[in-house]
Write a protein of this length. Structure first.
Length: 268
């Protein structure tokens, strides 16, 4: 495990829903944030928060505890962030950084609602709970960006975006992408069933193949990975040719990502 990230003050997690809990679990798993440095604000009990409490985290302390906080991680539903942040603002110190993991809510929108604190946006996947997530990071502030990287690099493959406008596309590819792979895997299983396999066998084969493909991928280029399996004139190449016929695979995924980008912007 990695050494905890040095902190000048507490790391405050605001919101411990599905994504907030995944982030919390990842910090504790990787030791990237010590439990004693954590303050968790959430209106109801959550299992991940209770595990953190047992290790020394503070849950819903008096708001005066936020004065020395280094970073406020905002992990609430996008529609609720103004309501949640308003009572916290009087207690934040000058050096606090606001780290948002909310889809669609831009830095200018956040700045309008919270004032002049530095902002870093991070879009992680829930795989951070296992130390195997993906996270896109953007900030116009060097220190805020560094804090974001320090909090997420121990538990995620990270990319630093050069333009905040790219965040919606990164979210559509990575944040939503796991669901697309699962949907493809389900469709693959059903196709196997249509070709004669029983449903249970088709499910096992499709799911195991997804895991095997992920484990075998490494850092090789995607075309090279495909080439290892798809011999010219073979059955795999025939299947790939059917998928790519008339550009339908590319068109489908372009529409899929564009729809997710559009919805991210609407939510913001």
């Amino acid at each position: 495990m990695s050494a905890p990230v040095p902190s000048r003050g507490p790391v405050v997690l605001v919101g411990c829903g599905r994504l907030g809990s995944a982030i919390l679990e990842g910090w504790l798993l990787t030791d990237s944030v010590a439990a004693a440095d954590l303050i968790i604000l959430n209106p109801s009990e959550k299992p991940a928060a209770e595990v953190a409490r047992a290790q020394g985290a503070r849950i819903n302390p008096p708001l005066e505890a936020l004065t020395e906080a280094e970073v406020i991680v905002l992990a609430v539903k996008p529609a609720l962030w103004r309501e949640v942040m308003t009572p916290l603002l009087p207690f934040l110190g000058d050096r606090a950084v606001i780290l948002s993991v909310m889809a669609g809510v831009t830095a200018p929108t956040l700045a309008e609602g919270i004032g002049g604190w530095p902002i870093v946006r991070v879009m992680p996947t829930t795989g951070v709970s296992r130390g195997r997530g993906v996270a896109s990071i953007w900030s116009a502030d060097d220190r805020a960006r560094s804090i974001g990287r320090g909090l997420f690099e121990p538990m995620a493959e990270t990319v630093v975006l050069t333009d905040e406008a790219l965040m919606d596309a990164a979210t559509a590819v990575a944040g939503s992408g796991a669901a697309y792979f699962y949907a493809f895997t389900e469709a693959l299983a059903r196709a196997g069933e249509a070709s004669g396999l029983d449903a249970a066998t088709a499910d096992v084969l499709a799911r195991a193949t997804l895991r095997s493909a992920a484990d075998s991928m490494g850092d090789d280029g995607l075309e090279a990975l495909i080439g290892r399996i798809a011999s010219p004139g073979g059955s795999t190449r025939a299947g790939l040719d059917a998928m790519a016929k008339d550009g339908r695979l590319t068109a489908m995924l372009n529409e899929t990502v564009a729809a997710a980008v559009k919805r991210n912007r609407e939510m913001g």
